[in-house]
Design a protein around this ligand. Structure first.
Ligand SMILES: O=C(O)C/C(=C\C=C(/O)C(=O)O)C(=O)O
Ligand SMILES: [Mg+2]
Length: 429
């Protein structure tokens, strides 16, 4: 069973070459130091032989790749240990709109319905030197080799498992060349590699929204960046003109009264009190007026961020936002009809009993109906998906031993304690 599909951008040499000059200039300033991870959420999943509806008015590009499949839980494994955690490999198509920037391009470009078909897994022991071939309507259009990747399978597992525990069934897509192949309605795209079952998909025009295939997978956990203007200005940003959405993987979620690990030798581990919207039924192309009908209710989370790991423009940055234990989420969902006005709730964070953050959901830049409607314009929201709506001003560092309580009026109270890496490791023994 698939759990989380992680993917890595800028892992093919041709991409690094193509972007090299831009990466030494503003706004990037420097090439990324660590892998640029992103997530292909469950609405993007398809299997071989399923059709994929192309978004209207957009140019879609095929990005044939190979994914490694985790067979055995991997937490902080070294490159030398990584191979024993890999069950095999799959072919995949990391479909995307044009990649014009690496500043949060991901969600609208990469997370559309059907934008991640994957084939069947084969228990290959090694992906080195694998040639990935793309055929469109029977004609070979691209061939590349995994020797051209900057980081191979073992390096990717080691880098990701350093902060995110990988579970059996998780997949890491290993990257695509800079050159992608435009696909059109009617095209049949076949991705092949020796030793792996071919991946075959036909593209069709998007007419009416297609029913979602019954795929299993974690609910998607969306989060908003800078959705309160006062918080954006405390981080020296302007309020965004359109929603800045990132996705957090399941590894980061924990519950009420749980612990969160502060990495050693960092300066900025910030709490973030956030209202979380829980989707109640499938939502595609819903208007702002209809949007609340698709909301089951509300809960709250603490969207911790280790800001030392921010790398300028390379966002969403999973090392900052999707680390193990760094998203305490309250398990109780308060039904929508018990929250008369989600845009008029007080949020508070207390550290060791002292009030440190206070704001109101009135100050959201993009309110709940807008967010549900906006996301549903380009992806299908499913029951259980959640949207963490951003945090107001008032961030501060937290240290091991701190008790952090996030409270939202009428929604709940979430308690969490900060531990050091050493304390956490000892608790696991
Ligand atoms: O971390 C940042 O600097 C901004 C950011 C996310 C911010 C939030 O999570 C928030 O405002 O609640 C980012 O993803 O870049
Ligand atoms: Mg946040």
């Amino acid at each position: 069973m698939k759990r989380t599909i992680f993917a890595v951008a800028l892992n093919h040499q041709s991409q690094i070459q193509a972007w090299n000059a831009a990466f030494h200039q503003s706004p990037y300033q420097a090439p990324p130091k660590t892998p640029v991870w992103f997530i292909k959420p469950r609405n993007t999943w398809r299997t071989s032989h399923q059709t994929i509806a192309l978004p209207e008015g957009e140019k879609t590009f095929s990005g044939a790749t190979v994914g490694l499949v985790i067979g055995e839980k991997a937490r902080r494994v070294t490159e030398a240990q990584a191979a024993q955690h890999i069950a095999g490999f799959v072919l995949a198509n990391e479909l995307s709109l044009a990649e014009e920037s690496f500043y949060r391009p991901a969600i609208q470009a990469k997370c559309r319905d059907g934008f991640c078909p994957t084939g069947e897994m084969a228990p290959l022991s090694d992906s080195h030197g694998l040639e990935i071939v793309t055929e469109v309507n029977g004609e070979e259009r691209q061939r590349w080799s995994t020797t051209e990747l900057q980081r191979g399978a073992e390096q990717l597992v080691a880098a990701l498992s350093d902060f995110a525990t990988l579970m059996p069934g998780d997949i890491i897509l290993m990257g695509t060349p800079q050159q992608r192949i435009a696909v059109e309605a009617g095209d049949e795209v076949v991705v092949r590699a020796t030793g792996l079952p071919a991946l075959v998909n036909r593209f069709v025009a998007e007419q009416t929204p297609q029913p979602q295939p019954q795929e299993q997978g974690h609910p998607t956990f969306f989060a908003l960046g800078l959705n309160y203007a006062d918080h954006a200005s405390e981080l020296d940003f302007k309020a965004p003109e359109s929603p800045l959405v990132f996705i957090k993987a399941a590894n980061t979620l924990t519950g009420d009264n749980a612990v969160s690990v502060r990495p050693d030798n960092v300066d900025y581990m910030h709490y973030e009190a956030e209202l979380v919207v829980v989707i109640g039924k499938t939502a595609r192309n819903v208007s702002r007026e209809q949007a609340l009908d698709y909301v089951a209710g509300y809960t709250l989370c603490n969207d911790y961020a280790v800001r030392d790991y921010l790398e300028n423009y390379y966002r969403p940055n999973l090392r900052v936002k999707s680390r193990d234990t760094l998203t305490p989420l309250h398990p109780n969902v308060v039904p929508r009809d018990q929250v008369p006005d989600a845009q008029n709730l007080t949020l508070k964070t207390f550290i060791n009993g002292e009030l440190r953050q206070s704001g109101t959901t009135r100050d959201m830049v993009f309110d709940v109906p807008f967010l549900v409607s906006w996301l549903s314009q380009f992806m299908t929201l499913q029951s259980g998906d959640m949207i963490a709506t951003g945090t107001p001003k008032g961030l501060a560092d937290v240290r091991p031993g701190d008790e952090v309580v996030v409270e939202i009026e009428g929604v709940g109270r979430l308690t969490n304690r900060i531990v050091s890496e050493q304390q956490f490791e000892e608790s696991l023994k």
